[in-house]
Write a new protein. Structure first.
Length: 517
């Protein structure tokens, strides 16, 4: 039976900052916009002109990295599974899929009426060639397929994917880079960098494309699902300079683009529609939960106290310009584990913080070292330092410049101000919560969490969802993090263009746009 719901698609870490200074520093996922809305000539000619702050380095899926790059690839490559804007999984090249009872085999039935643009038929052998190549590659998402031991072609249009351990997110991963299908004849060709050969709704117009400036795609007239082809052509306009994106949107040269929070009121006042999604949370992360470097952090009461001590609502209002939603949980609203009451588990209460610190035996308090970087608004650091000082905790900052990620990954700091993504549940668990998680940099081992995580991994859909709720409650109770709010990511569209924002992704998927008329 084809699954109809999922814990949503992949996310990834992005250090963008909550406001203009931080966002501008890493504009790879945002762009300024403003000025007066004009009727776009693009929509009238059935061309969609998009502004983008990312550009592909080639069309081999092993180079595909973050959210804003994906639409370039979706235009030319179909995925095995497609994700609707609300996160629901629906068939694409795979028509049906199901796990075995032991969750160690995923069987997928495939479309039998699809050919790549070079006339090569899409079949089970094509799936095997793509997955076998991708899972041993150096692609950013290759680890998503690490549990695959064999891709077996059991019929011309059916594959069985065998796993060493259950991977509940595998169908969702197949909506992204690991599931994009390239013609087998092109997989090992040098030309793949500039000549994508897929079965997607559009084809790259190499004559009109200018690398580093604009990427032009034209309708695939032989596409098997014409309902997904809303335009005769789509043009991605790359802007390294945010002011250039601003001017292009203002003049009507582009129909849609990401914008920064400080520009929202101006852009909206000029007649553009501001579309919102939430993909990241901002707050404190406590890496040293066992107290190896800072013994106080090994006490749950101390971590809870630090949650109570910082006024996240104030940071959201004064620095985030109220473009976000207060929260104290790291699981997203799209998660099976999300619980509304966990958005307010630790209201600002400095008296409660002092009480917990005294109860934990830290009457004389302690010192907490954390990094700073220009990626984030410096007012955030000042607010955190002052409010922790108000409950007696001393914060010592070290400016790490551009080395924030490297220093954090090297376990140089016991805690930090950080902005993290809220990806699908199984990915979030493996990035932040397991003993070996990439962002469990102190490799803290928690037997209780491990037991719950095992039930998330091996249970039925219902059992896994219930365990995810239990895991979320446990992580919040144990105060592994101190989230303040989920950040609004903003995307502007002109009067001729509509878009549906994508669950668990900053950039809308290519299928989510349509002419307003």
């Amino acid at each position: 039976m084809t699954p109809t719901t999922s814990s949503r698609s992949r996310g990834h870490l992005r250090v963008l900052g909550a406001v203009a200074a931080a966002s501008a520093a890493v504009l790879i996922l945002s762009a300024c916009a403003g000025g007066s809305a004009q009727t776009s000539t693009a929509a009238a000619s059935s061309t969609l002109n998009l502004g983008s702050t990312a550009q592909p380095v080639g069309y081999d899926t092993d180079s595909l990295q973050s959210a804003n790059y994906l639409p370039y690839f979706q235009a030319v490559y179909d995925s095995l599974v497609r994700m609707e804007p609300d996160g629901t999984l629906v068939p694409m090249l795979a028509t049906d899929w199901a796990f075995s009872d032991d969750r160690l085999t995923l069987t997928m039935k495939l479309r039998d009426d699809v050919t790549f643009t070079d006339k090569t038929p899409f079949d089970g052998e094509a799936v095997k060639a793509n997955l076998d190549r991708y899972r041993v590659s150096t692609a950013p998402d290759a680890s998503f397929l690490k549990d695959i031991t064999e891709v077996e072609v059991v019929g011309e249009h059916e594959v069985a994917i065998h796993l060493s351990a259950p991977n509940p997110a595998l169908p969702t991963y197949f909506t992204r880079a690991p599931g994009l299908m390239i013609s087998p004849t092109a997989l090992d060709q040098e030309s793949l960098k500039t000549e994508p050969i897929g079965s997607g709704p559009y084809v790259l117009d190499q004559d009109q494309t200018v690398i580093g400036s604009k990427y032009v795609y034209t309708r695939n007239d032989d596409y098997w699902d014409p309902d997904l082809v809303k335009y005769d052509s789509i043009v991605f306009n790359y802007f390294a300079d945010p002011n250039a994106s601003l001017n292009a949107l203002r003049s009507g040269q582009i129909d849609a683009a990401p914008i920064l929070v400080p520009d929202a009121s101006v852009v909206e006042g000029a007649g553009f529609t501001i579309n919102e999604t939430q993909f990241d949370w901002l707050g404190l992360t406590f890496f040293d939960r066992a107290g190896a470097v800072v013994p106080a952090l090994g006490d749950v009461r101390v971590r809870q106290a630090l949650n109570y001590a910082v006024d996240g609502d104030e940071i959201l209002a004064a620095i985030g310009e109220d473009r976000g939603t207060s929260t104290t949980q790291i699981f997203s609203k799209d998660s099976a584990g999300f619980m509304e009451d966990l958005d307010d588990a630790y209201p600002y209460d400095p008296d409660k913080a002092r009480e917990l610190l005294d109860e934990a035996g830290y009457v004389d308090r302690f010192t907490l070292s954390m990094p700073t970087t220009a990626f984030f608004d410096q007012a955030i650091y000042a607010t955190v330092k002052q409010q922790l000082a108000d409950v007696g905790v001393t914060v010592e900052y070290t400016d790490v410049g551009q080395d924030l990620i490297a220093d954090l990954k090297a376990a140089e700091f016991p805690a930090t101000v950080m902005q993290f993504a809220q990806p699908i549940d199984w990915q979030l668990i493996n990035e932040y919560l397991t003993t070996g998680a990439s962002w469990n940099v102190f490799k803290v081992d928690d037997p209780t969490a491990n037991e719950i995580i095992a039930r998330v991994q091996t249970g039925t859909d219902e059992e896994s969802a219930a365990a995810t709720v239990e895991l979320n409650e446990y992580v919040v109770e144990q105060a592994w993090f101190a989230p303040w709010y989920r950040i609004d990511s903003l995307y502007a569209t002109d009067a001729d263009t509509t878009v549906q924002m994508q669950a668990n992704n900053v950039a809308p998927y290519i299928y989510n746009y349509a002419p307003a008329s």
